[in-house]
Ligand binder design. Structure first.
Ligand code: NDP
Length: 446
């Protein structure tokens, strides 16, 4: 009965929402996992909770005109989706990248609903962004774009309504400009954005939280297999905020990070990648990862990021972007004896890749659980803003570790209780769905 019901909802979403392939994949993954929950809760069917859950509460699209350094008028499109606020205010990052469209923002916002619920921090789900590309733009151009973007966004966000944060292309610089404009427009100084700089309300360990949290989560997976980081070969895709901090923490715990990538290619260093060097190249100089190989004789650079998955490793942490780990990559990882894959990016693995990894007995953690550390520490940033307190790095990091351990335990317990397995994908989707569904049920038809 419930499988039929879930298939029916999925068919309606696909018919209703046209060509939104990424959103369909995200919905499919959740719905395919929740049949056993639906079986036990006929009230969810009666109250049309699943049908309500797959419909965003609101979607905002707007024009962002700005003037570049040459005096040319440029026009981009801005988005903000508030997907679900049953558990807390909308929360989720802003992404500035030429690939951003409604489908991207919608699937990310949907994922964020479950991530917020899994974090246990009373957060709803939202996401936003623009097809603006900060790469190659001057600081002035980025500032003007951020100000114009906020000229519309400020009407829809607020510290108790919707709290954006960073994502691809939105780092400390962009958050600073967005925050400054929000403050000017509203005449308030509030915690409306997270990922702020430490001098004006940012939290210690927020920059590190997603990457460190990913490693804390993966530690639970390793221990379940009787493994440890010490001496393990790890590959980390990407070299942005999430990837750098995941690699840094893995290294601190004794792992040898043998490969990292950017959108142009990847580097291999069997002696272990020097993370500080990568940070300097990618975050300070905004350069290409290829430069690393010219600085280290033990390193080689390869064109194109996809080949990185063929580098033999014990663990892989895909931390760059959606769909980067495809079936060929999964086969290569499994064939080379990789035992653990934990997703740092949002939906980096395709459905086919996940199936291959599962069939090969690789432990797999989905992004909504494994990368929830960022949003969890954003909630701690919000708490510090309200109380005007600033906790130490050690305090926040200790809380992060506890939160990630708790998410892992809850996912595992749900998988064991509902399907009698240790499947973290099933567990994460069940815990996230149950939390949101119960909150929606309690709040009536709104
Ligand atoms: P950044 O913009 O800081 O970094 C993205 C990195 O990925 C860059 O190094 C980029 O390279 C690289 N990249 C892009 N496409 C590819 C590709 N096809 N193959 C290899 N590398 C690629 O973003 P974040 O680190 O913040 O985000 C990364 C992922 O993590 C995203 O999926 C994001 O949604 C997710 N995430 C981020 C959170 C956060 O707190 N920041 C929280 C939760 C999830 P290049 O420099 O060449 O563009």
């Amino acid at each position: 009965m419930s499988k039929q019901f879930v298939d029916g909802v999925l068919a309606k979403v696909m018919a209703h929402d046209g060509v939104e392939a990424q959103f369909h994949q995200a919905v499919r993954e959740v719905l395919e996992c929740i049949s056993p929950v639906i079986d036990k809760h006929p009230e969810f069917v009666k109250m049309k909770l699943v049908e309500r859950l797959v419909e965003p509460e609101r979607q905002i699209m707007f024009r962002v005109p700005w003037v570049d350094d040459q005096g040319e008028i440029r026009i981009n499109r801005g988005y903000r989706i508030g997907f679900n606020s049953a558990v807390g205010p909308y929360k989720g990052g802003l992404r500035f990248h030429p690939s951003v469209d409604l489908d991207t923002v919608k699937f990310l916002a949907f994922e964020q609903v479950f991530k917020g619920a899994l974090s246990g921090m009373q957060l709803g789900g939202g996401k936003g962004g623009s097809d603006f590309d900060p790469k190659g733009k001057s600081d002035m151009e980025v500032m003007h774009f951020c100000q114009t973007f906020m000229n519309e966004l400020f009407r829809h966000v607020g510290p108790d309504t919707d709290i954006p944060a960073g994502d691809i292309g939105v780092g400390t610089r962009e958050i600073g400009y967005l925050f400054g404009q929000y403050k000017k427009l509203t005449n308030t100084f509030t915690g409306v954005l997270t990922n702020k700089g430490l001098d004006y309300g940012g939290s210690q360990a927020r920059a590190e939280a997603t990457g460190y949290g990913l490693v804390y989560f993966a530690t639970c997976m390793l221990h379940a297999r009787g493994m440890d980081w010490k001496g393990s070969r790890v590959i980390v895709s990407g070299s942005g905020n999430v990837a750098i901090h995941a690699a840094e923490k893995a290294r601190q715990l004794g792992a040898v990070v043998v490969a990292m990538s950017d959108s142009h290619g990847y580097v291999v260093d069997d002696r272990g990648i020097e993370i500080e060097e990568i940070r300097e190249i990618k975050q300070v100089r905004r350069g290409r990862i290829a430069e690393y190989a010219s600085l280290r004789s033990s390193a080689q650079y390869h064109d194109g990021p996809k080949g990185m998955w063929t580098v033999p490793c014990n663990m892989a942490l895909p931390s760059a972007t959606e769909g980067e780990l495809d079936e060929a990559a999964a086969k290569a990882l499994a064939g080379n004896g990789c035992a653990v894959v934990a997703e740092g990016a949002n939906l980096p693995s395709t459905q086919g890749a996940i199936q291959i990894l599962r069939d090969a007995g690789v432990s797999f953690a989905p992004s909504k659980a494994a990368n929830a550390g960022g949003v969890a520490i954003s909630a701690l940033e919000m708490s510090q803003n309200v109380t005007r307190l600033a906790w130490t790095f050690e305090e926040v990091d200790a809380r992060l570790k506890k939160i990630m351990n708790a998410i892992y335990d809850r996912c595992l317990a749900a998988a064991e209780a509902y399907v009698g397995s240790q499947d973290l994908i099933v567990g994460a989707n069940i815990v996230g769905f149950l939390t949101v569904a119960r909150a929606m049920l309690a709040q009536g038809i709104v």
